[in-house]
Design a protein around this ligand. Structure first.
Ligand code: ADP
Ligand code: MG
Length: 393
């Protein structure tokens, strides 16, 4: 996805005020009525409408008049709100090139005032799992806030919390710098994803380190759930860093064993294929497997001494609650896939609105003209977050 940050420089205080008003309106409107945006932003002399046109031109908003005249944020609009807030906080001053396109994220380099380069991950939870999210509408019946904004924000919150907690426990992860909305800023890893590495000086050592990490995570009560050559970074000294935490689960998850075995299997498979490593197999595996007691055996989930409760204690301390975890698990991972296979084929076959990952809300839609109590409260916080110099670039 293109992120033309130049536009940011030309956006005025009023532009951001209106953009924030749309964001606030989206808490309980799929499409925010223009009239409500105007009321929340409360610019003088009908200024809101001129600003809306400008935001639309820059693709920060999407106009929808199918039910009533209204707007919603695009990914780009949401990106700009997060970036603006982080710039105002002094976290970074410029956005550089894109360094990664993940399944559900875009990653950019950002620069601090002193020239230090950091990595910025923008979560796009709706991008892939939109279909799954849509199929989960049952859960949304009485909730109007479950949309891609909410899910992407939750993913960022989770990633930030895990990164911090893991770092505090001595795991090799990027340093968590700051987070806002769907955006996480972290240290830039000087290395490459393992998938790009064709040769290693010490493949055995690297392999042992990586398998050791899966085990140590489980000892801390956690399973990565996407532990593979794309989410392990290696630098020139063959130092390992693991990344990408939004899908992590507790060892008490009902599918914990399966997730753990799958993470282990990914590593074994990759090292065997790419670096021709051969492994000792535990009893119970196929008879013709090679046995060499010098080599690393496949760790068994049952044998690991696990400390549970990590999620509850450490993570809720950093603002990520058990409820957040439950919410995000509900919309990601294999359970969703499984459900899609069974009872939700029909909605899964519906066309996917790829770029925006937006879905119809089935909550209590607030029609145009009605103002909920929340709408009125929103108006009060519109001013606070986005004020400040627009000094990007
Ligand atoms: P996704 O959840 O979309 O898979 P990832 O966190 O795995 O996103 O990041 C996608 C890619 O971006 C990675 O494979 C890596 O190449 C790059 N990347 C992510 N975080 C960093 C970082 N802190 N430093 C350097 N590169 C990174
Ligand atoms: Mg990844």
């Amino acid at each position: 996805m293109k992120l033309d940050v130049d536009v940011l420089r030309y956006l005025s205080k009023d532009d951001f005020r209106v953009l924030t008003a749309v964001e606030m309106g989206m808490r309980n409107h799929e499409i925010v009525p223009s009239e409500l945006i105007d009321r929340i932003a409360s610019l003088k002399h009908g200024g809101t409408y001129k600003v809306l046109k400008n935001l639309l031109k820059h693709k920060l908003l999407h106009h929808d008049s199918s039910k009533y005249d209204g707007f919603r944020l695009t990914y780009l609009g949401y990106d700009f709100l997060a970036i603006k807030t982080l710039v105002n906080r002094g976290v970074f001053t410029a956005v550089g090139r894109q360094i990664g396109v993940g399944k559900e994220s875009d990653i950019f380099e950002v620069a601090k005032e002193d020239g230090t380069i950091l990595a910025m991950k923008l979560h796009r939870l709706g991008r892939v799992s939109f279909r799954a999210v849509k199929s989960k509408r049952d859960y949304l019946k009485h909730r109007s806030s479950y949309n891609w904004l909410y899910l992407s924000r939750l993913a960022a919150l989770k990633e930030f919390a895990f990164m911090k907690a893991l770092e505090e426990h001595g795991f090799p992860v990027p340093l968590a710098v700051d987070s806002n909305r769907h955006c996480v800023v972290m240290s830039l890893i000087q290395g490459y994803p393992l998938v790009q590495v064709k040769e290693l000086q010490n493949p055995d050592t690297v392999f042992e380190t990586i398998v050791g990490l899966v085990v140590r995570l489980a000892e801390h009560g956690l399973i990565h759930c996407d532990f593979n050559e794309f989410n392990i970074m290696i630098d020139d000294d063959e130092k390992v860093t693991m990344i990408d935490f939004p899908q992590m689960v507790s060892v008490s998850h009902h599918n914990a064993q399966m997730y753990f075995d799958r993470d282990v299997e990914c590593i074994f498979k990759f090292f065997s294929k790419r670096f021709n490593l051969s492994f000792e197999e535990n009893a119970g595996h196929s008879d013709d497997s090679k046995v060499d007691s010098e080599e690393v055996g496949r760790p068994s989930f049952a044998d690991i001494k696990k400390v549970t409760g990590f999620l509850d204690k450490e993570l809720s301390a950093s603002g990520f609650t058990r409820k957040d975890q439950d919410d995000i698990e509900r919309f990601t991972g294999d359970d969703v896939e499984k459900d899609l296979d069974s009872d939700d084929k029909e909605s899964a076959d519906e066309p996917i609105e790829k770029d925006e990952g937006h879905f119809e809300e089935e909550g209590n839609p607030v029609e145009q003209g009605e103002t909920s109590k929340e709408d009125t409260e929103m108006k009060q916080d519109v001013v606070s977050e986005n004020e400040g110099p627009n000094d990007l670039g």
